[in-house]
Design a protein around this ligand. Structure first.
Ligand code: HAM
Length: 417
């Protein structure tokens, strides 16, 4: 094995202490809040049939064209690692009865996109997502945004920026595409190569292009909602009115279209100044999908976990390992004591006390070093003399005091706050 073989693949990371403690805190906070809003957890498989994603996300999107990890399984079936959570959740919903079409589901877990890794952009990243199934309603969209902003506040993230727009209904699409082609036609040759192709296939995607030359052209276009039906514009106005009543500030971004094709009506994105170039902290919107012969409607969002942690760290959040640290460390003064102390370990742990011990039969000195490394506030030392008296020597590692105690007193002291 070469030195490189012990590293994870580019754009993927091992998640471990100390950062893992912040991850777990975030996950606990999310679960609590999701339950308050009536959402239950779903864990869909990481691998799905390729068509689950291509159909839902759209053939013309960057995610499907450039970013998916696709492979053939041993039976020659085309499968893919999930690049996002919504498509798999909708596959689940389509496979069940009518009650699933009203479900409220959340998920926490890894997603995979073969992008060029950089700060805040990983090939395996993690999302916190929520999907609220049900027919279009500005109130449902506003509630979903309220959940997202509530979550960010509970996690101590402030200073974020919520941008919102409408993708309109399928009926609006022809008028929007025609208006975009008309407006972009004279400047077509100045667009990037991809966008010259998009001009023909799906001009809406040009609004999402990150190339400087395309952004400059897009900035001067009229809002796409100008070309949508009055009913569509009223829907967005309804969402904005409700957000105001819920005291959530949102800015209209007339060019926000989001990179996935399943959206209709409301779309939004949350950016954060602590994130640098990859500043999208969360994104979401209302969607409609045809899955398994059914039309499914819902609204949802996903937060990028790695980016969320960057924003939290910028606000001063630090991992807290106190719940995982040992409260007591046991030290055997004499090999004969190891067995008795193993029994004591079991008693302590059954009483809910975090307890540790070096079981490899090292010297007293080495065991005391291990005790210091573990950072336990208490150490129990037991030699032949203590064993003969039926006591334990309890050492307070902060003050240094040592007392001989019997088991009931030991338990009392170690469980005292
Ligand atoms: P998305 O905007 O593609 O939406 O991803 C949501 C969030 O995932 C982004 O805002 C970002 O924070 C994070 N993210 C995306 N790609 C990466 C990456 N390569 N590295 C690190 N973080 C990343 C969706 O995925 C939709 N399924 C959201 C949704 C749910 N819409 C409706 N329901």
């Amino acid at each position: 094995m070469s030195a490189g073989d012990v590293q994870p693949l580019a754009g993927m990371s091992d998640l471990c202490a100390p950062e893992i403690f912040l991850w777990q805190r975030v996950e606990d906070t999310c679960r609590q809040l999701f339950h308050r809003y009536g959402f239950t957890e779903i864990r869909t498989p990481l691998l799905e049939r390729l068509s689950v994603f291509t159909r839902a996300i759209g053939e013309g999107t960057d995610v499907v064209q450039k970013e998916m990890y696709t492979l053939q399984d041993r039976g020659g079936r085309e499968i893919a690692l999930r690049p996002e959570g919504t498509a798999g959740v909708m596959r689940y919903v389509a496979g069940g009865g009518p009650e699933r079409a009203e479900a409220r589901l959340y998920y926490l877990g890894p997603m995979f996109r073969a992008e060029r890794p950089q700060a805040g952009r990983r090939r395996q990243f993690h999302q916190i997502g929520a999907e609220s199934l049900g027919p279009p309603s500005p109130a449902a969209d506003a509630e979903c945004i309220a959940l997202l902003t509530h979550l960010l506040r509970d996690l101590g993230v402030s200073g974020f920026n919520l941008q919102i727009n409408t993708r309109g209904l399928p009926e609006d699409r022809a008028a929007v595409a025609a208006a975009l082609r008309a407006a972009l036609g004279p400047q077509r040759s100045a667009l990037c190569e991809d966008c010259q192709r998009r001009y023909e296939t799906n001009p809406l995607r040009i609004l999402d292009c990150k190339q400087a030359e395309c952004r400059a052209i897009v900035k001067a276009l009229p809002p796409i909602s100008d070309h949508m039906a009055a009913e569509t514009r009223a829907y967005l106005a309804g969402v904005l009115r409700l957000l105001k009543r819920l005291d959530i500030s949102a800015q209209i971004n007339p060019f926000l279209v989001r990179g996935l094709d399943y959206y209709i009506h409301t779309v939004w994105e949350i950016t954060h100044p602590a994130l640098g170039a990859q500043d999208a902290l969360a994104g979401g919107g209302r969607y409609r999908m045809e899955v398994g012969g059914r039309t499914l409607d819902g609204v949802g969002f996903a937060i990028g976990m790695e980016r969320l942690l960057l924003a939290m760290e910028a606000a001063g959040a630090r991992p807290d390992d106190s719940a995982a640290r040992p409260r007591v460390w046991l030290v055997a003064a004499g090999a004969a004591q190891t067995e008795d102390l193993l029994v004591l370990l079991q008693i302590l742990r059954r009483h809910g006390i975090n307890a540790g011990m070096d079981l490899s039969g090292r010297s007293l000195k080495a065991q005391m070093r291990a005790a210091h490394r573990a950072g336990a506030p208490w150490v129990v030392i037991r030699g032949d003399a203590e064993a003969a008296k039926g006591v334990y020597l309890l050492k307070d590692m902060t003050g240094g005091a040592q007392t001989e105690v019997e088991l009931p007193e030991l338990l009392r002291r170690l469980t005292a706050p």
